[in-house]
Write a protein that binds this ligand. Structure first.
Ligand code: AVJ
Length: 313
């Protein structure tokens, strides 16, 4: 079933793909990896042995969510940006004794399922889902406007953005939340690049399938004829920019059409599909300040793989 929101997002997708594949260096914004299939594959990634972020962050939340509640105060509206399957949500909304929960996600169908699952787990909780691209300004449901808010942005999703775009997004969160908001945010840390590369190119090939699903999505939704066997997944660490990148590399010269246009790639040419920036603790705190947030506290695991921060607007 296609909702109004899905339809609007589809035309965005067509524009982004045609524009991105027309560049000298081909690129498609990472958020389009997360259609229903992509969101499912991402959930599988979070359980891979090599993918340390999710289980490390979950450990941090289990250990420290009550303390976050004590510092920020309970009874607030929890607004989750890019909620996905909302798996980290119960521990957070319970520790915060949330007055209401507003999950925001780009995948409308995934959002509906996740909200329904959460409603069964936490029947008392007032859940108000919003299907939207949170990189754009969002009007929150009128039922929660003007109430004290805490943003919840786990998973190091902030790492998808360049530093400049991250600052803009974190400023936009302050505007969306209004008043004197708090933000609880997970940020993946810089570490041995070999560990990071393994996390983004797992031995079971799930991350490769996640990346290649973007081409399958183009074929499905934009009437494309991309030969998937002419592309392979690559995940190189970019040390200058402090990020792991995902690319789809052509394994031979290839020509296809999509969204009513024709495109070609030479062997070895890539489509850049995602960045995942890694921060030091100091860089994470500078990011907060650059976006007008005040860092209040942070927590890391014993191996310093991942960090979770509490900021105040
Ligand atoms: C959802 C953006 C946090 O960067 O680790 C995982 C996405 N891509 N493996 C990340 C992702 C490939 C993930 N984020």
């Amino acid at each position: 079933m296609t909702s109004v929101a899905d339809t609007l997002l589809d035309s965005d997708f067509a524009d982004a793909v045609v524009r991105g594949l027309s560049q000298p260096r081909k690129v498609i914004p990472a958020r389009y990896l997360y259609d229903r299939r992509g969101s499912e594959l991402f959930e599988e990634i979070t359980e891979l042995p090599e993918y340390y972020p999710t289980r490390t962050e979950t450990g941090l939340l289990n250990a420290h969510a009550p303390e976050i509640g004590r510092i920020a105060g309970t009874g607030k509206v929890v607004v989750e940006f890019g909620s996905g399957s909302s798996t980290k949500t119960p521990v957070f909304v319970e520790a915060l004794r949330a007055a209401a929960y507003v999950p925001i996600d780009i995948s409308a169908s995934f959002l509906r399922d996740a909200a329904a699952r959460l409603a069964r787990m936490l029947p008392e909780l007032d859940i108000l889902p919003v299907a939207a691209d949170f990189t754009k300004p969002i009007a929150l449901p009128s039922a929660v406007k003007g109430r004290p808010m805490i943003g919840f942005f786990p998973g190091s999703t902030i790492g998808n953005l360049t530093h400049a775009a991250a600052v803009d997004l974190l400023r936009a969160f302050r505007a969306t939340l209004g008043g004197e908001p708090w933000l609880a945010i997970g940020i993946d840390l810089r570490k041995n690049p070999r560990l990071i590369e393994a996390a983004y190119d797992d031995s079971a090939g799930v991350t490769a399938a996640f990346n290649l699903n973007l081409l399958a999505r183009i074929n499905r939704e934009l009437d494309g004829n991309i030969p998937l066997d002419a592309f392979e997944h690559r995940a190189p660490w970019n040390d200058d920019l402090g990020r792991i990148e995902m690319h789809l590399a052509a394994t031979r010269d290839v020509r296809f059409h999509a969204g009513g246009e024709t495109f070609s790639l030479r062997e070895g040419e890539t489509i850049h599909t995602e960045n995942s920036h890694k921060y030091t603790i100091e860089e994470a705190r500078l990011l907060a300040r650059a976006a007008g947030w005040r860092p209040v506290r942070y927590w890391t695991d014993a191996r310093a793989l991942f960090s979770f921060h509490l900021w105040r607007g």
